[in-house]
Write a protein that binds this ligand. Structure first.
Ligand code: OOG
Ligand code: NI
Length: 453
């Protein structure tokens, strides 16, 4: 069959993320309030900074400023992870990076499904941070077996959704005319279920092991637990939240505020305590409550090289050792905050462009990159970080799950176990940035050739 009439994966992802956003706003009205607050502050920042406004407009980012950048889900089995991998592939999303959260006291490991082309990220920036429960970290063998048995009998996609996915794989995509039906069918998997799939005693036992175990094991499926729009001023939103009746987590995760933003800063409002029902063995329902769902915001900066990342982790560790006494800004004081030093020290991944107004000698496209930079024919700027940070992610998890769990696990990270569960390798984020950088250099060389006098 030909691809005629099939919707592009990027377009399918855009529709899915819009449907997810609408569903979540309806389910969690406070998330709608956060979106309005973020929109207001973004508008203020743009009004005060015409240069930024122009940059965002020229790069095509302005129209998608207010669409979500990511969401997060948590699953329990390899089979669930595999179905999700198939679904996200149809939407142009690949699993990038491995995140170990056990070290920080959360019994999961994770990846993020995301677009892996610059155009894809621009067309629809939506990604899904996806965590797999590490059952082996449930210490009590009886409880572990119980959790395993409960998960083994659940099916997170409806028959209709699975049929639609298999059909789409066969055809090489989803027909434009069928896309709305497809999105509606798969969206159900991520919907909140007010009735738990277990009785109250089972829920309590799972919660005792870790609140996250209860969240994954005791419900019918991987409800979306937060969505995250982009803010142009995360400190302003964090500060304004209480005035809008929204309770923020105590601190913004990630690097401090800088002239040259690094990696990713994120914060959230505290998850809501929601009333649920337990289904008892005798068939009657018992009321209870569960805390899982929240809203988050993010602000992204420069993608760091391995060297830059090591430096970042060292600064973060220094701040952590102070148990909050060492101010984050002070801990990062020796991390360069100007582009020339960052570039000279090889801390960030570079995006190359032909310098504005450069007079280009014939043959310059073949010069070594250092020579092109030294002669001012190329200029650089940092590539934007498109991934996540395990320490930050753990901070987001912790502030939203409530008390409970052992605090930390001694388990080693196991990327291999995650890949085996998934049935395919994860993409390496450092390789990806290096390839993006090389592609921008290649494109700049071609342009030098075209523009040479
Ligand atoms: C995921 C938390 C991680 C982020 O932005 O770092 C995350 C979760 O709570 O399931 O979304
Ligand atoms: Ni998040």
């Amino acid at each position: 069959e030909s691809a005629i009439g099939l919707l592009a994966p990027d377009a399918l992802r855009a529709r899915f993320s819009a449907a997810m956003s609408a569903m979540y706003r309806e389910e969690v009205p406070q998330y709608g309030a956060l979106i309005e607050l973020v929109k207001g502050i973004n508008a203020q920042v743009l009004a005060a900074d015409p240069v930024l406004h122009r940059q965002l407009r020229d790069s095509g980012e302005l129209q998608r400023l207010d669409v979500e950048r990511h969401g997060a889900i948590r699953v329990g089995t390899a089979d669930e992870l595999r179905w999700l991998t198939r679904l996200f592939a149809l939407m142009g999303m690949q699993p990038v990076a491995y995140y170990d959260l056990a070290a920080a006291g959360v019994p999961v490991h994770s990846t993020a499904f995301r677009p892996v082309t610059a155009e894809g990220l621009k067309a629809s920036p939506f990604r899904l941070f996806t965590s797999l429960l590490r059952l082996e970290l449930i210490e009590d063998p009886v409880l572990r077996a119980r959790a395993e048995a409960i998960l083994a009998r659940r099916q997170i996609f409806s028959g209709r959704a699975r049929t639609a996915m298999v059909e789409a794989e066969r055809k090489g995509g989803v027909a434009d005319s069928e896309a709305d039906g497809f999105v509606a069918a798969v969206l159900e998997t991520f919907r909140w279920q007010r009735t738990a799939s277990v009785d109250q005693a089972t829920y309590q036992a799972m919660r005792q092991a870790h609140p996250l175990v209860a969240d994954v094991v005791c419900f019918q499926g991987p409800h979306i637990n937060h969505l995250t729009p982009r803010t142009l001023d995360i400190d302003a939103v964090q500060q304004a939240m209480p005035d809008f009746g929204i309770q923020p987590k105590a601190v913004i995760e990630g690097p401090p505020r800088r002239r040259l933003p690094l990696l990713l800063r994120q914060t959230s409002f505290i998850a809501l305590r929601e009333s649920i029902l337990f289904r008892e063995d005798d068939g009657h329902e018992v009321p209870g409550s569960h805390t899982a769902r929240f809203g988050e915001i993010e602000q992204r900066g420069a993608a760091l090289t391995a060297a830059g990342r090591a430096r970042y982790d060292a600064c973060l560790a220094r701040a952590g050792q102070g148990e909050g006494t060492l101010d984050l800004g002070a801990a990062f004081a020796d991390f360069p905050d100007d582009w020339a030093s960052m570039q000279a020290e090889g801390l960030a991944h570079l995006e190359y462009q032909v310098a504005a107004g450069a007079v280009i000698p014939a043959g310059a496209e073949a010069w070594p990159v250092e020579v092109l930079l030294a002669h001012g024919l190329l200029s650089t700027r940092p590539l934007t970080y498109e991934d996540f940070l395990p320490v930050s992610a753990a901070g987001i998890f912790q502030s939203n799950l409530g008390e409970g769990g052992p605090g930390h696990y001694r388990a080693a990270p196991s990327r291999q176990a995650f890949e085996e569960a998934m049935g395919r390798p994860l993409l390496d984020e450092q390789d990806w940035y290096a390839a993006q950088s090389a592609a921008s250099l290649q494109a700049a060389r071609q342009q030098l050739e075209v523009q040479a006098g």
